[in-house]
Design a protein around this ligand. Structure first.
Ligand code: ADP
Ligand code: MG
Length: 694
């Protein structure tokens, strides 16, 4: 249960004064949530200084000017095309207020002749006369002091003005209760951190432009609170997993030796190191929860197989789950050859396998007659019973968040879990997204891989590219043509891919195929199959080919509107043409106009094939959420912390969280109680609850 003290912050912003239902929706969208906390996490991005008010005679144009004026004259324009003018004076000089959009009546009523008013707006000089276009404020004189302040400027959207947000924020801030300190006192002193309440207040009342920067003291304190909540939740989850008794798996190594002898290559030293880390986990009496990270082509599959084989050597079962049927089938192809080599039984179970065959697999699984099961993620939810499952490998996971991991490791059987990902994730993101897991990294590719020749080319050269492609492709050399697919406009993107397919068909005839996400699995498979065996040698695709597909003959890739992709995604795509032993070419086509950052990003792709470096750069240029495609994948997004600048804070939070749990693992001390409030404040309480239950 959420601590009562926080309740005022979790009421709906609809309950605030002056917010109608239409406006409520807009604000909730803008603040990424409809609770008062969401509003409070919506921090200013700028300040407007309204304290400047030199006598107009000496005032400098270009500044925001605030002061008391007397209304001298209204000049009603002859036509609506010209501005309505009001002449005012502060006693030292005249000032013309211009209104290009106006209601005559309200101007005349609001600014009666000879009245005094407080105004604020940007001062300009036009034809050597002072003027102000559409003053920001024209209010009664008694509001002057209030006006002469520093005004925070919030990120806005159509229909939500800064004035409206200021009013809402004022109410929201008044609801914030004084919260107990959850940070260590000495740490606060060392960091020069203020209290949470003070920091939140200061964050909404910046006094100078640098106060809205991420490294301002108030912002840093808030960012640290958010990071600590994240790390504490993950460490609690990790602690929970570590408590789980698993089985000690120590295979004889006989099957392993057989496999290694028959593989036809030696493991890289990175593969060997990672395996020894995994074997140590498996041998311990606790349940394993480990993330295996390795760039495309680094050889994760064989590591996964050896992990499972270790369990099989102990007469237990293992399973590997892929995100799609195509990938499950591909694993099956590779692994069944290996299984034959060592003499164990492997089966594939996907949604498509039905009837008698399915029944047979299910009953053999329950009897323990199947050693390794290959399937899709659907296996989690379906009613599949193993005799003695002790090892689960989860492949290429994007949408497998900490809560799902908690659920899996919470199931009746407590198998060791290895999560494999080919997305090179920077260390910071590993900590924030996978911080509940142990972590291994294959940081070396097998020898003999040829580099990809990557070129960045404007789309205006399209016909030349097509001509070159015509010369290059054959049954031996195949090519991918990737069209962008962006969620917001899936239909038009699909239309673009179909359009491209048609134009290419005119040139390449029936050697061109098309795959996209809206196709049925069966159709998709059929096209992929034809591409694999060379019936077609040019495959137009939307990003469905991103993950895992293995066609060694495909050594050319053209990516249209490459600037619309994330770097990690481009890297994944490009990985598809590194499967063979031929040198390969990747062409990044871009459209105009190409912004500075986009150009820089494409150049990174051109100059590097190191997925980790690419991910780090992408993080610097775009921030964490974008790197992982957060919105699509349900990863944690930070509201206050910015991983591209708050790296050090994150590492500190990690250490802090570990230390806290070492001394107070159930969060029962005085600080522990306050930390519970922190977890709820940042809605990180799920892990905590599961922990208590488990
Ligand atoms: P990924 O990490 O992208 O899943 P794979 O496991 O599919 O990579 O490996 C890519 C290719 O490299 C496969 O054909 C695999 O058999 C091969 N491979 C894996 N390890 C090695 C190695 N140590 N030496 C040579 N080739 C290897
Ligand atoms: Mg793989």
């Amino acid at each position: 249960m959420r601590p009562e003290i926080l309740n005022p912050l979790f009421i709906s912003i609809e309950k605030l004064k002056g917010i109608g239902s239409r406006y409520y929706k807009l604000v909730a969208g803008l603040c990424q949530g409809s609770k008062v906390v969401d509003l409070l996490w919506h921090l200013p991005i700028n300040v407007i200084d309204r304290t400047y008010g030199d006598p107009l005679k000496y005032a400098q144009s270009g500044h925001i000017w605030t002061g008391k004026v007397k209304v001298l004259e209204h000049i009603v324009p002859p036509t609506k095309k010209q501005p309505y003018k009001i002449i005012v004076t502060d006693g030292t000089a005249d000032l013309t207020l211009n209104f290009f959009k106006y209601y005559k009546d309200s101007l005349q009523k609001g600014m009666p002749l000879n009245s005094y008013k407080a105004i604020s707006g940007k001062l300009e000089i036009f034809n050597s006369a002072l003027q102000m276009n559409h003053p920001d404020y024209m209010v009664s004189v008694d509001k002057l002091a209030e006006l002469q302040s520093i005004e925070p400027v919030y990120p806005l959207c159509a229909g939500v003005s800064n004035k409206m947000l200021l009013k809402l924020q004022k109410q929201a801030l008044s609801l914030v209760p004084t919260l107990p300190e959850w940070q260590d006192e000495n740490f606060l002193i060392k960091q020069h951190f203020m209290s949470f309440n003070q920091a939140l207040y200061m964050a909404h009342h910046p006094l100078k432009p640098s106060d809205v920067e991420n490294d301002s003291p108030a912002r840093k304190r808030l960012a640290y609170d958010e990071l600590l909540a994240n790390q504490l939740a993950l460490c609690i989850a990790r602690q929970r997993v570590k408590k789980q008794q698993g089985r000690s798996i120590k295979g004889s190594g006989l099957l392993r030796k057989k496999l290694l002898d028959g593989l036809g290559f030696n493991l890289t030293s990175a593969q060997e190191r990672v395996l020894s880390e995994i074997f140590t986990d498996q041998a311990s009496s606790y349940q394993m929860l480990r993330l295996l990270q390795g760039d495309v082509g680094s050889g994760k599959t064989v590591v996964a197989f050896l992990t499972m084989l270790n369990a099989v050597e102990c007469h237990m079962q293992a399973a590997i789950m892929a995100p799609t049927e195509i990938l499950a089938k591909q694993h099956m192809e590779t692994m069944s050859a290996w299984a034959d080599m060592v003499g164990i039984r492997i089966e594939l179970l996907t949604g498509k396998i039905k009837g008698k065959k399915r029944q047979e697999i299910l009953s053999d699984l329950a009897l323990g007659k199947i050693d390794i099961l290959v399937g899709t993620h659907a296996l989690f939810t379906e009613d599949v019973t193993f005799k003695n499952l002790s090892c689960v490998v989860v492949d290429e996971q994007h949408r497998f968040g900490v809560n799902q991991r908690l659920e899996l490791t919470n199931k009746g059987v407590k198998p060791d879990v290895l999560v494999m990902t080919a997305t090179p994730i920077p260390r910071t993101l590993v900590l924030t997204q996978y911080g509940d897991m142990e972590y291994s990294k294959i940081d070396e590719l097998p020898k003999g891989r040829k580099p990809v020749d990557t070129r960045v080319i404007p789309v205006s050269k399209l016909s030349e590219i097509v001509a070159a492609l015509k010369r290059k492709i054959s049954n031996k050399t195949r090519a991918y043509w990737v069209c962008p697919l962006v969620e917001e406009s899936e239909k038009t993107d699909l239309a673009a891919a179909e359009e491209r397919y048609k134009t290419l068909q005119k040139i390449f005839g029936d050697k061109v195929g098309l795959v996209h996400g809206k196709m049925k699995e069966k159709e998709k498979d059929a096209v992929m199959e034809r591409f694999k065996n060379g019936d077609i040698n040019l495959l137009v695709a939307t990003t469905v080919i991103e993950v895992g597909v293995n066609v060694p003959e495909a050594t050319i890739m053209i990516i249209e509107q490459a600037e619309r992709f994330g770097l990690a995604q481009l890297h994944q795509l490009r990985g598809r043409i590194k499967r063979g032993y031929e040198a390969s070419t990747c062409i990044l086509l871009y459209g105009y106009p190409l912004g500075e950052t986009s150009r820089e990003r494409l150049n990174i792709m051109k100059n590097s094939e190191d997925g980790f470096l690419i991910a780090e750069k992408d993080l610097e240029l775009r921030g964490g959420g974008e790197v992982l495609g957060t919105r699509q994948s349900g990863f944690t997004q930070f509201r206050l912390a910015d991983l591209s600048v708050d790296k050090d804070l994150l590492y500190t939070a990690r250490k802090d969280a570990e230390l806290i749990l070492q001394t107070d693992k159930n969060l029962e001390s005085k600080r522990g109680q306050a930390l519970r409030i922190l977890l709820y404040l940042f809605e990180q309480d799920k892990a905590f609850k599961t922990y208590k239950a488990g």
